[in-house]
Structure formats: C-alpha cells, structure tokens
Design a protein around this ligand. Structure first.
Ligand code: SF4
Ligand code: SF4
Length: 75
C-alpha cells in the first residue's frame, strides 16, 4: 500500500524528497491552501518503505495509506 502526502497539510519542506530511495516524490503545481509548496507521491513507483513518513517534520502530512482524494497531482 503506497504512502500519500496530504496536499493541504504538506509545507513543502522536501526532506522526504531527498530521502525517498526510489525518487517518487514530485513537486505539486502552485501552492496549497496554507500558501506553501507541496509534494505528491507517485503511487505506481512507491515501494512503501515508510522513510518519507519518518523524516517529515510536519504532523499529518504523510499517511501510511493510499488516499488519492487527499493528494493533488498535476493533471
Ligand atoms: S511531506 Fe513532509 S517532508 Fe515531504 S515535502 Fe511535505 S512537509 Fe516536507
Ligand atoms: S514510502 Fe518510501 S518509496 Fe514511498 S514515497 Fe515514501 S520514501 Fe518514497
């Protein structure tokens, strides 16, 4: 089960981006409702290692579940 970044909670710190072993965390388009950058996880590449959740400093930004409705991806 892939991990999800909650677009409206992520603050774009990007600690997760460099920590991900398969480089599947990508920048989102524009800003979220907090006015910060945000990232999203490519579910098809994520290997569910959990490192992004461990390194993220923002409570609730990463979820150990596949929740596409919480994660904005470029269309
Ligand atoms: S999920 Fe966490 S570590 Fe990754 S960009 Fe968002 S706030 Fe930063
Ligand atoms: S669970 Fe692992 S592979 Fe998936 S996005 Fe997070 S760091 Fe990357």
């Amino acid at each position: 089960m892939p991990h999800t970044i909650v677009s409206e909670i992520c603050e774009g710190v990007s600690d997760c981006v460099n920590a991900c072993p398969v480089a599947c965390i990508k920048p989102g388009n524009g800003k979220n409702k907090k006015g910060t950058d945000f990232y999203w996880i490519d579910f098809s590449t994520c290997i569910d290692c959990g490192i992004c959740l461990q390194v993220c400093p923002v409570e609730g930004a990463v979820i150990n579940d596949e929740r596409s409705e919480l994660q904005k991806t470029p269309t």
